[in-house]
Design a protein around this ligand. Structure first.
Ligand SMILES: O=C(O)CCC(=O)C(=O)O
Ligand SMILES: [Fe+2]
Length: 361
């Protein structure tokens, strides 16, 4: 990617999607302090924590999900050195030659691994990625055919260099995995559900972690690190370095707002499955990444996804006569496989999305 001579036209965004030179910095993206729960395994059944502080926290999480679909958390209990270690390992991995990185390259069969050709909305992203599954192997649907029940496995591919890369990634996965389930408990409580309401969907989770590497870009005014999109899973926990570049589309006016890096914070965003489960009480937010000509940037999203056989539909507890379901059920594993396949190619049509299952009332 960095070895391109002239600027490759496959990266060029349509005029209306190009970044503005001076983006607005984050104003009002909620920053939530998780200290009331950060040292406990369990959100609800803890005698040492003050119920009033949990209640206040649940309110904050609920209103952030409702109004933004995006927030940051601090005092989240994931040790700083976990993050520093995975960031350092990722930098060492991406600094290698293309030839080395391609030894663990992803293809149509091996879905996990290194990749530098991803397209979002059919324009190529200015980035390189390394993907791995939270469960190894990850149990997935074998085909996109709705009548085919057969399953397949995605297996992680680990590079030889840097040393301990795998262990470092797995430690990070464990800690952020715990945090993400605590966030799911807070979200459940904020919807008036039992804290562990969502746990059943994650027994055979298909969650993935991605190392995103954005090299300096010679034409940052024409390209994007990741084009505008919504995350299609349940919830994303993202760690970003100090460079900045993530932008969220503000609901009130459609303006792209930069999410200013907050040292030590994680960025949380609601995904499409949460939007369907909550029948749009909480909606996924559109976001994108701008790049710059000077500094490389690293970000690490944990995409929380349910088991492949999960039928995604609005939760019964949130449906009544006044709130009829806004979505028809769809099977997550089929959606996921269609998406993964199409990421390899430039399509001439819009990719599968939850709007395809929306019921017009
Ligand atoms: O790099 C970032 O800040 C966000 C990346 C992202 O949105 C994604 O990988 O889905
Ligand atoms: Fe994203």
């Amino acid at each position: 990617m960095g070895d391109l001579g002239e600027f490759d036209s496959s990266f060029i965004q349509a005029l209306e999607h190009r970044p503005k030179p001076n983006a607005t910095e984050a104003q009002g993206i909620p920053l939530i302090d998780l200290s009331p729960i950060s040292c406990h395994e369990d959100v609800e059944t803890n005698s040492e924590t003050d119920p009033a502080s949990i209640e206040e926290l649940v309110k904050q999480v609920g209103s952030a999900c409702k109004n933004w679909g995006f927030f940051q958390v601090i005092n989240h209990g994931v040790p700083l050195d976990r993050r520093q270690r995975i960031e350092a390992a990722a930098r060492e991995f991406f600094a290698q030659s293309l030839e080395e990185k391609r030894k663990v390259r992803r293809d149509e069969v091996k879905i996990m691994g290194y990749y530098d050709r991803e397209h979002t909305k059919n324009v190529r992203d200015w980035k390189e990625v390394f993907d791995f599954g939270v469960e190894d192997p990850t149990l997935v649907a074998a085909s996109t055919d709705p009548d085919d029940d057969s399953v397949a496995y995605w297996t992680n591919q680990w590079p030889e260099y840097p040393p301990k890369f795998r262990e470092t990634c797995e430690e990070y996965t464990r800690d952020v995995g715990k945090l993400i389930m605590k966030l799911m408990e807070l979200i459940a409580l904020s919807l008036g559900l039992k804290a562990k309401r969502f746990h059943e969907y994650f027994k055979d989770q298909t969650s993935t972690i991605r190392l995103n590497y954005y090299p300096p870009c010679p034409s940052p005014e024409l390209a994007l690190g990741v084009g505008r999109h919504r995350d299609n899973g349940v919830l994303t926990v993202l760690s970003q370095d100090e460079v900045g570049g993530l932008q969220v589309k503000r609901r009130t006016d459609g303006e792209w707002i930069g999410v200013k890096p907050t040292p030590g914070a994680f960025i949380i965003n609601v995904g499409d499955i949460m939007q369907v489960w909550t029948n749009e009480a909480y909606r996924s937010a559109e976001h994108r990444v701008v790049v710059n000509s000077v500094k490389e940037r690293l970000s690490i999203p944990f995409f929380l996804n349910p088991a492949h056989y999960t039928e995604v539909k609005p939760l019964e507890e949130l449906i009544d006569e006044e709130h009829p379901p806004k979505y028809r059920p769809y099977v997550w594993g089929k959606f996921q496989v269609i998406r993964k396949r199409s990421n390899f190619i430039k399509l001439n049509v819009e990719n599968i999305q939850i709007d395809d299952f929306r019921i017009a009332h």
